[in-house]
Design a binder for this molecule. Structure first.
Ligand code: NDP
Length: 601
């Protein structure tokens, strides 16, 4: 194994390199370096995938409005339907369901959390994924399947942007206003607006000046490139010089497709991604014994192993569970050899396993990429969880093609953009087309990311309420905002390796609370100030947060390298004892029937 050859000196040298690479990338402006899509980029917030149809404004009273028709909203609708609550409308600015999988149709898009655990409600809908990791069209299709299965489409309001959400205290209703003139008076509102939904652009001088064609990966312009989300050839790129800025999880997936189809591809890199083996393969339904409750079993198994705990089998068997089991086994070996089970032992096991894993990932670059200088530049020098780990079987190989050129900026980023192309290190690169794989807003104000403001009791906005960081019980209920539910992952399980697991659990809780309120005829349900305060205090004690690690190269996992103050911590942290403990805690909370912390009036 790679680590057997690692001496203490080598480890020290690796860590020194991590610090040096981080220092190159630290910027005083942190998150403020990114631009919102305005001016010539304003259409980035529009929907390229469907034309809104004409309809009359809707004015009605109803039980539940769900804002967002991605997996958070769909899971909530599904769980409500299962609880017999059907007076429900989904509202989404997109022209259909799917959320991130509606918007992101770039070539090569897929999920690298295994489909058997990533795709929600498989058992309920009777579907089995075709591949271990499924491509975006299949995931989008599954979102549509959930919506159809649970009857959520008929009353959905698509191509409809919520503009304002206001609590009417006198009538105990939320008033939901939209850009289509709708006014929905809802007893309850569930918000599933997603953590990464608003495209952002790099703050590169001259970005407005480029006169060639340009788009963001989340609004892929197939009219310009040809081809389609199914991976069919983008024949219109054959004689084009295409540049791509960004080498994160999105770019890792679309670079092989651009490499295949573009006349020339220039990849402008600030920080390389860590790209581990994916080993995707078709799934054969015959290979599994799936009895009732199977998906829950798989979910718990994956979450358990991925967070360093023990299970008899590894059902998913992938890169996520592999690294966690190595860390765990190292701790066990240390303790068995007479060491003590202390936070230091765990931290050392974590660091040693990480060194080993990252050495493997760097060695993989050398094995695949034939040009030594390119290979060197593609090696990630940071701990694996400083940035989103990537898993891909073809991405590195793309750099062996003669039409693909890596332009490494050595951590500084692209210098300047002008009418005809991009400048790096004083060299100008002519381009016909510039693709921004620059990601999505994280850590900016909630209302800015959601696209609307939420006014609770006494007109207090959620932005004001959360100005010092998120405040909630279970990441769902907010004091001063009765009958409102946040369907997300922060301040809940916060299992980043399988986002949808968090969402289905939140949805299950929301449906239970709504059904109970309706059953007992309560006009309002609200978390008490006391319960919210206690929960937030628990979150602040979160010892497991890896965010803000001093050796981390900047990125959205660590507040772009800026100190993780109380506000940022509250916005990203989860249950102190970790995801699996949260899932079993919330299960007990739901089963108890006490609704502890909530007040029904
Ligand atoms: P990211 O935010 O991860 O990546 C943005 C990229 O743009 C980074 O490489 C960043 O470099 C680069 N960048 C920003 N500014 C500049 C600049 N001035 N000059 C040069 N480069 C610049 O966005 P993604 O869309 O790739 O991914 C977002 C998230 O979406 C992922 O982290 C993941 O959670 C999810 N996702 C998951 C996928 C999956 O399941 N496989 C696939 C795609 C996305 P730097 O690193 O230096 O900041």
């Amino acid at each position: 194994m790679a680590d057997q050859a690692l001496t203490d000196e080598q480890r020290d040298a690796i860590h020194a390199r991590y610090r040096a690479e981080r220092d190159k990338r630290l910027r005083p402006d942190g998150n403020a370096q990114y631009l919102q899509p305005t001016g010539r980029f304003a259409d980035l917030l529009e929907d390229p995938w469907s034309e809104p149809s004409e309809r009359a404004p809707v004015r009605e009273e109803l039980d539940v409005v769900i804002i967002g028709a991605g997996f958070a909203g769909l899971a909530t609708g599904a769980r409500l339907a299962q609880s017999g609550v059907t007076d429900v409308r989904l509202v989404d600015s997109a022209g259909g369901v799917g959320g991130t999988w509606y918007w992101n149709r770039y070539p090569g898009a897929m999920c690298d959390t295994a489909a058997m655990v990533y795709l929600p409600l498989l058992e309920e809908t009777g579907y089995l994924p075709t591949m271990k990791y499924t491509a975006a069209p299949e995931i989008h299709g599954h979102a549509e399947r959930i919506a159809e299965h649970f009857g959520l489409l008929d009353r959905a309001l698509f191509s409809t942007r919520v503009t304002d959400l206001r609590w009417d205290d006198g009538h105990h209703r939320w008033v939901v206003s939209t850009d289509r003139g709708d006014e929905l008076h809802a007893r309850f509102v569930a918000m599933g607006t997603g953590p990464l939904n608003r495209p952002k652009l790099p703050g590169i001088p001259g970005i407005d000046e480029f006169e060639g064609h340009t788009f963001h990966t989340s609004r892929w312009d197939y009219d310009y490139t040809g081809g389609g989300p199914d991976g069919s050839p983008m024949e219109r790129l054959a004689d084009r010089r295409v540049g791509i800025i960004g080498t994160g999880a999105t770019a890792v997936q679309c670079i092989p497709m651009l490499a295949r189809d573009a006349g020339e591809l220039l990849v402008f890199q600030r920080t390389p991604s860590s790209i581990d083996v994916r080993a995707n393969r078709p799934l054969d339904p015959e290979e599994f014994e799936l009895g009732p409750g199977w998906q829950r079993e798989w979910l718990v198994n994956f979450a358990t192993l991925q967070t360093g705990q023990f299970a008899e089998v590894d059902l998913v068997e992938d890169g996520w569970t592999d690294i966690a089991q190595r860390i765990r086994d190292r701790v066990v070996a240390e303790v068995t050899a007479g060491g003590e089970f202390t936070p230091e032992t765990i931290a050392k096991a974590f660091a040693d396993s990480d060194d080993e894993k990252m050495e493997e990932i760097r060695a993989r670059v050398d094995e695949i990429v034939s040009d030594p200088a390119t290979a060197e530049a593609l090696k990630p020098w940071y701990r694996q969880l400083c940035k989103r780990p990537c898993f891909h079987d073809e991405s590195l190989d793309a750099y062996n093609r003669p039409n693909v050129h890596l332009v490494d900026t050595d951590g500084r980023g692209v210098e300047r953009i002008d009418a005809t192309g991009v400048w790096v290190g004083g060299v100008h690169y002519d381009l016909d087309c510039l693709v921004f794989a620059s990601g999505f807003e994280v850590g900016t104000e909630y209302a800015r990311r959601a696209g609307y403001e939420t006014l609770g009791r006494d007109g207090v906005t959620l932005t004001e309420r959360w100005s010092g960081g998120m405040q909630s019980l279970h990441g769902i209920h907010v004091h001063g905002f009765p009958n409102l539910f946040v369907v997300g992952m922060a301040q809940g399980a916060n299992l980043i390796s399988n986002v949808t697991h968090n969402l289905v659990e939140s949805a299950t809780t929301v449906a239970l609370v709504v059904a109970h309120a309706l059953e007992i005829g309560a006009e309002e349900v609200e978390v008490t100030q006391e319960a919210e305060r206690e929960w937030v205090e628990g979150i602040e004690r979160n010892p497991g947060s890896f965010m803000g690690n001093a050796e981390c190269t900047p990125g959205y996992y660590n507040n772009e390298g800026q100190p993780l103050g109380r506000e940022a911590l509250l916005n990203v942290a989860g249950y102190p004892a970790g995801p699996v403990a949260f899932f079993s805690y919330i299960d007990r909370w739901r089963r108890s029937g006490d609704y502890e912390g909530l007040e029904f009036r």
